[in-house]
Design a protein around this ligand. Structure first.
Ligand code: NAD
Length: 264
């Protein structure tokens, strides 16, 4: 295979179904020759993930709940046994009680704050710690974040705080793991209709707003994110680490929407 990922093996965590951002990444990596293992959370999602994995030639589909250290250990133990080493890791996992992804930020409970931080931020640190020893020829790790980390987006609330911590974690991981030639980056994706996004209050309005206000006048797709992840996970992204790379049709650069010029 002559693809950008030929000879590379790695793990994708966070496919729930065919609409998942992680699935967009899986398709791009597969097209370029990667060998991919997947994790899923719980048997209900496993039923959806197994046929998807099979369609990209993967026979390694493992259950993993990132709140459970033993379950993370088991996944990386299985990968070590199967491949001995890996080249890439995709972390596309986040969670908050959806009742707190609407309404007032000050109504965030301590329990949900800690759970959201645990699943959406700490898990990146936990999986990077296990992945690093397997990346004996160097490697590349990508996680998914959102603009709500940088600026206030209505309803995003505690998840914005968790994503800010995630982006900071990417920078700390990039420095530490850079010594082993492991790169760590985040993709800040524009809003995409997925299972996780459906938990965010007024999500359809957020989609409309981005379509109307972004430079490209459209929303992004899981294929757009897949292309950018391919760049970061393959050797053509070899000089990039610690970055939060926006794949949002340019939305993050807009301070105020311009009137469209008459000749456009
Ligand atoms: P999704 O629902 O398809 O994926 C979320 C995944 O997180 C699911 O596979 C789910 O099983 C997994 N997950 C949740 N809790 C878990 C746990 N305890 N253990 C293991 N896995 C767990 O939705 P998505 O939108 O593709 O989300 C993927 C990532 O992209 C998330 O980090 C999300 O915050 C981020 N993101 C999404 C958008 C968007 O608009 N959809 C925009 C920017 C960033």
């Amino acid at each position: 295979h002559k693809g950008l990922m030929a000879g590379k093996k790695g793990l994708i965590m966070g496919v729930a179904n065919g609409h998942s951002i992680a699935w967009g990444i899986a398709k791009a990596l597969h097209e370029h020759g990667a060998e991919i293992a997947f994790t899923y959370q719980g048997e209900a999602l496993g039923k959806r993930v197994k046929p998807l994995a099979e369609s990209v030639g993967s026979d390694t589909v493992l259950e993993c709940d990132v709140t459970d250290e033993a379950s993370i250990d088991a996944v990386f133990g299985a990968l070590e046994e199967k491949w001995g080493k890996i080249d890439f890791l995709v972390h596309a996992i986040a969670y908050s009680d959806k009742n707190q992804l609407r309404g007032n930020f000050t109504d965030t409970t301590r329990d949900n704050f800690l759970m959201s931080m645990d699943i959406s931020c700490y898990s990146l640190i936990a999986v990077s710690k296990r992945a690093a020893p397997l990346m004996s020829d160097g490697g590349s790790i990508v996680t998914l974040t959102y603009y709500g980390a940088e600026r206030v987006i209505p309803h995003y609330n505690v998840m914005g705080v968790a994503k800010a911590a995630l982006e900071a974690s990417v920078r700390y991981l990039a420095v530490e793991l850079g010594r082993k030639n492991i790169r760590v980056n985040a993709i800040s994706a524009g809003p995409i209709k997925t299972l996780a996004a459906s938990g965010i209050g007024d999500f359809r309005y957020i989609l409309k707003w981005n379509e109307y206000n972004s430079p490209l006048k459209r929303n992004v797709t899981i294929e757009d994110v897949g292309g950018s992840a391919l760049y970061l996970l393959s050797d053509i992204g070899a000089g990039v680490s610690g970055e939060t790379h926006h794949v949002d049709a340019g939305y993050h650069v807009v301070g105020m929407k311009a009137e469209d010029a008459p000749d456009m």
